[in-house]
Each structure stands twice: as C-alpha cells, then as structure tokens.
Design a protein around this ligand. Structure first.
Ligand code: ATP
Ligand code: MG
Length: 412
C-alpha cells in the first residue's frame, strides 16, 4: 500500500483543470476541506447505486438499496440482536480491500495520446457532472482518488480501479477517454449521449455512472466497479454456460432491459462483450455506446454487431426497442450453445441472409424450455417477439431463479 500512496501523492501533485468555485463561502483550509468532504459523502450517498461489496437483501430489483461502503463493512458494529462477548472482538465482515498497484498508465498515455481540442468539439466534450444533467454531482478531480491496478484498456483510454480519498472511501472504476482521439473518430456526440444516458440510469443490473469530469485533454468516468470483470472472458474460458447459469443471466438481462425500455432507452448493442459481472457474479450492462433515448421514435441507423442484428436492421427498415428482444434471443442461444445462432464463417453476406430468413438451428442438447424461449424471441416480426415480462415468467427462467436473487419480479 505504501507504493500506491506514494504514487497517489505524485498524482495529487499534478495540476488538473478546475473551475474556481465562486459560490463556496470563504473558510479556513481545514473547514473548507471538511465541508467539501461532507458534501461529497452526501452526494455519493444520494446518487450512488448499491455497493457491490455488500450483499443486498432487497427483493425488488428496481428499488435502490442504501449504500454501504467497504469501510463500513469492515468495521460493522455487532448486531444488536446478537450481543457479542466482550472478551471476543467481532471479526471483520470482510478484509480490507486492496485496490492494487498503479502502473502510472494515465501519465504514460498522456504523453503519446494527449492533445487539446478546439471549437465546437471542445464545447461538446466539456463534460462535467457537477454542472450538467438533472442530478448534478459533486465537483471531482483526478486528485480526489487513490489509484489502483489497471482493469483494462478501452478504445479511447484505460480503466483503473480507484478509491475516493474522502470517506467513505468508495471503490470505483475510473475510465479515461482522450478527447483528441474521440474527435479524430468523430464520435463526440455519441460519447456525450452515452454519458448522458448512463448517468440517469439506476438499476442493479445496469453499470452505474456515478459522475464524470474532464480536463483539457481527457474525460474521466467514475463507474461502478464490476468486481468479476467481463462476462465475455468467462464465456471464452468455459466455451458455454450451463442452462441454469444462462437462465439466471437472461433473467437479469430481461429485468435490466425492462427498466431501460420503460425509460425509453433502446440499448441496440446487447452482446457478451458489453456485459460485466459484479462482485457477486451478478450481471451488469456496461456499454451504452449505441443506445438511444427514443421516446416514440423509430430509428433507421444501422448499428450494432452483425451477429446480434435483427432482420429489420439487416434489411434497413425502421426499428424499435424490439431489437433488444431479438438480441436477447441471440444471447440466450450463445450462452447455451457457445456461438451465436446465425454466425456464418463464409462471410457477412451469408450471416445477413441467415438472419433475414431466421435460419435458426438449435442443437438437440438444448432443453425444450430453453428452445421455446429462443424461438419465441427470435421472431422475424418484432411485434411477435416474447415480451420481457413474459420472458421473466417463462418456466425456463422461473425454474432456475434462485430464491435470494436480486431480480425479484418487478413491473415497469
Ligand atoms: P472496447 O471497445 O474495447 O470495449 P471501451 O471503450 O468500450 O472499449 P470498456 O469496454 O468500457 O472500454 O473498458 C475496457 C476494459 O476495462 C473492459 O473490457 C473491462 O475489462 C475493463 N472495465 C471497464 N469498465 C470496468 C468496470 N466498471 N469494472 C471493472 N472493469 C472494467
Ligand atoms: Mg466496451
């Protein structure tokens, strides 16, 4: 931990762009710090998602459970109903969480990938949750975090495990995006939309975006830490999942998609690569790059990954939130069988044709109940696809649902 602290001190010395806060009253440094800290805690608690380190006892998945922290969990007082003997101190509920060693990646990247952006692009990418959106958060800077181990590399930057310096020492994934690269790829609007959509979502199976801030060259996203990493890695490791495991993931997906659709958000890019796993193995939808907020709208943009595209998008017709139902069917198939149903090694065109014909071949090893879910979701006519509420009531889902699952049946 000493090395993390020393690196953190170095980072703390870095100059991060900050807006002067004119509304803050003049106080001594100490008073100022403690009042800032207090407001950070308040905002974190107010807008935070369930903490992945704390098992939740909430039955309904749509209700946001109160936030506990790693620290609170470690030093949780003994339960009043079970008095502890004084001679035997209470064992910590969990060992203190090690965030790992920082490798200096942000600073290394800065030299090769940094660069200012100008004009409209600079305005578009001046993203800061403390001043935008319906739920403004606290003003954040890179110096507010202890840096930990690298979690992965994305298209526009790296992702690190971090901890807020301020109590209650939240563990987060901090994702960095380089503005210059965003502008070069001409995705300023898409990134902005992705951030704005994700920031407004609160669901146990949707990765939370707690806040975001920027400097001249980078945007930082404060994401919920998905302790078990990428679902895709698990799928690659095991080849495919058991029907029980698949069914539980599909239940969680249907729950999350029901929530998104009720908010008029169409995801449009459901695939294993965009799913993460929380510390208890629960699924988290983690990538909103292609999602749209489309109240009563039908879009014609062709996007998404080939294998998961529905017939209406392959054929260039208008589409609706029912595209996510098709993708859920493809996902169910891929979880159980190990590859997507319309994959065709001879090329894109062959895959397109198979999708348009709904050329679906389900191996005999798949149970009749799972087969029923897949065929009912993979319907050519979007209106005929099994509704999410029906997916969640389907015998294949109900049979495998664990009693203490987060995803109790919820209506939207
Ligand atoms: P790509 O197109 O390669 O997916 P991206 O810009 O979408 O890039 P992410 O997928 O968000 O980037 O992040 C890159 C990697 O970092 C992920 O594959 C994952 O391993 C890790 N990662 C991202 N976010 C988190 C998180 N919240 N918790 C844990 N690990 C994460
Ligand atoms: Mg990604």
């Amino acid at each position: 931990m000493a090395s993390i602290n020393s690196v953190t001190r170095q980072i703390a010395a870095l100059e991060i762009s900050s807006k002067p806060n004119t509304t803050r009253p003049t106080t001594t440094n100490h008073q100022k710090k403690s009042s800032q800290d207090a407001s950070k805690i308040k905002l974190l608690n107010k807008y935070a998602a369930p903490n992945p380190f704390v098992p939740t006892h909430t039955k309904s998945s749509s209700s946001v459970s109160s936030v506990a922290t790693v620290k609170q969990q470690v030093s949780r007082p003994p339960s009043p109903t079970k008095p502890q003997q004084k001679s035997k101190p209470a064992a910590p509920a969990q060992p203190s969480f090690d965030i790992g060693k920082y490798d200096g990646g942000f600073e290394l990247d800065q030299e090769s990938r940094g660069g200012k952006v100008y004009g409209d692009a600079a305005k578009e990418l001046a993203l800061d949750s403390s001043v935008s959106g319906p739920h403004p958060t606290r003003e954040w800077h890179l110096t507010d975090f202890d840096m930990g181990r690298p979690l992965g590399k994305g298209k526009f930057g790296r992702v690190y495990m971090v901890r807020t310096k301020v109590e209650p020492h939240f563990i987060l994934a901090l994702k960095c995006l380089y503005k210059k690269e965003i502008v070069e790829s001409r995705v300023e609007k898409q990134i902005r939309r992705e951030i704005e959509i994700q920031q407004n979502l609160r669901h146990p199976h949707v990765l939370r975006l707690y806040g975001y801030f920027h400097d001249e060259q980078r945007i930082f996203l404060m994401l919920e830490f998905a302790g078990k990493g990428e679902l895709y890695k698990q799928l690659t490791k095991y080849g495919r999942f058991s029907e029980k495991r698949s069914s539980r993931y599909i239940d969680q997906m249907a729950d999350a998609l029901g929530y998104l659709h009720a908010k008029h958000v169409i995801h449009r890019d459901i695939k294993p690569e965009n799913l993460l796993l929380g510390i208890n193995g629960e699924l988290k939808i983690g990538d909103f790059g292609w999602s749209v907020h489309a109240p009563g709208n039908r879009r014609t943009t062709l996007c998404g990954t080939l294998d998961y595209l529905p017939p209406e998008m392959v054929e260039g017709r208008d589409h609706s939130e029912k595209v996510d139902l098709w993708a859920l069917g493809v996902l169910t198939y891929e979880f159980i069988v190990g590859n997507p149903p319309f994959e065709d090694m001879s090329g894109y065109n062959a895959t397109y044709k198979r999708i348009a014909k709904v050329d679906l071949r389900i191996p005999n090893t798949v149970s009749p109940e799972a087969r029923d879910v897949i065929t009912r979701l993979l319907q050519y006519d979007p209106e005929k696809r099994l509704a999410l509420s029906e997916v969640r009531k389907h015998p294949w889902i109900v049979k495998h649902r664990s009693k203490d699952s987060l995803s109790g049946l919820t209506s939207y």
